[in-house]
Design a protein around this ligand. Sequence first.
Ligand code: NAP
Length: 311
Amino acid sequence: MTQIYFAATPKQWPLYRDTLAQACARLGLDVTITQNAPDPAAVDYIIFEPDGVIQDFTPFTNCKAVLNLWAGVERLVTNPTLTQPLCRMVDPAMTESMAEYVTGHVLRYHLGLDGHILNQDGIWRHDHIPPIARKRPVGILGMGQLGQAAARALHSLNFPVMGWSRSEKSLHGIETYHGEAGLVQLLSRAEILVLLMPRTPQTENMLNAARLALMPRGAKIINPGRGPLIDDDALLSALNSGHIGHATLDVFRIEPLPAQHPFWGHPNVTVTPHIAADTHPDTAAQVLAENIRRGEAGLAFLHIVDRTRGY
Ligand code: NAP
């Protein structure tokens, strides 16, 4: 019998208990799933999330993998006690949600929706007709699971999409860039920029004052990646000078974003409370079960985290 220790936050337990048991049963797995582990050495798999109930993975000497419920792993890769294989969450419903969030906010900017929805004042303004999407270049920093899904969604609406990643990529219909020179090219053309990179020492503050200055005047920024990707002070001064037209931020250095933070109430910032793309238990349970099946069959795990890269 395979022992699964559900060590995510307790509020997740009712969402996963039956769904995960059913997903394992469908794959023919004989498992017990528990919310506690009196004998850590008997645990085969740990299901985890940051702020979960354990911090020390040392006693789980026979654990074959730690399966994270979140896509981001920055708070796990620095845990020195976590020596077991670590898998991050790649959930098809989360991917879909992110593509929807990005597309919605890109269209808001592209069509100038705020100008019509907010503060209707009885004045007939016929002076701003948006261009068609194919004339609005959008840049995406981070072309992994989520960046590629967002890119495909925007490409299907005819936006010219440019994507930047650490490694070189070739994606149908998307202009792909890598390296510093590629980043400069992308930033200098992106009228709307989407950040979908992980937080690592290399990506921290990557959107700094010098790089913001490369962007076209009035460019918009959408950050559903991680807060520390942006130098907050540099962004605020670019917003205050009008060089950056608006920013939609879903993630922050401190979450929840403190009530006194200047992003709240800034006329050119929209704050969303880390809701761009949640993990959906019904689809995520299938991903967890498939990885457990693979572990039991001696196959390679899916979505394994590379500790040296940090994502
Ligand atoms: P992923 O598949 O690992 O993709 C990450 C992308 O970032 C890859 O294209 C990677 O390049 C690129 N990258 C990493 N380090 C880089 C660097 N130093 N320079 C240039 N590119 C770099 O991750 P994902 O599943 O798409 O998720 C991305 C992030 O979204 C997560 O880490 C998490 O922080 C965030 N997220 C947010 C929410 C939300 O609700 N707001 C939900 C889920 C995830 P390579 O392709 O070359 O490796």
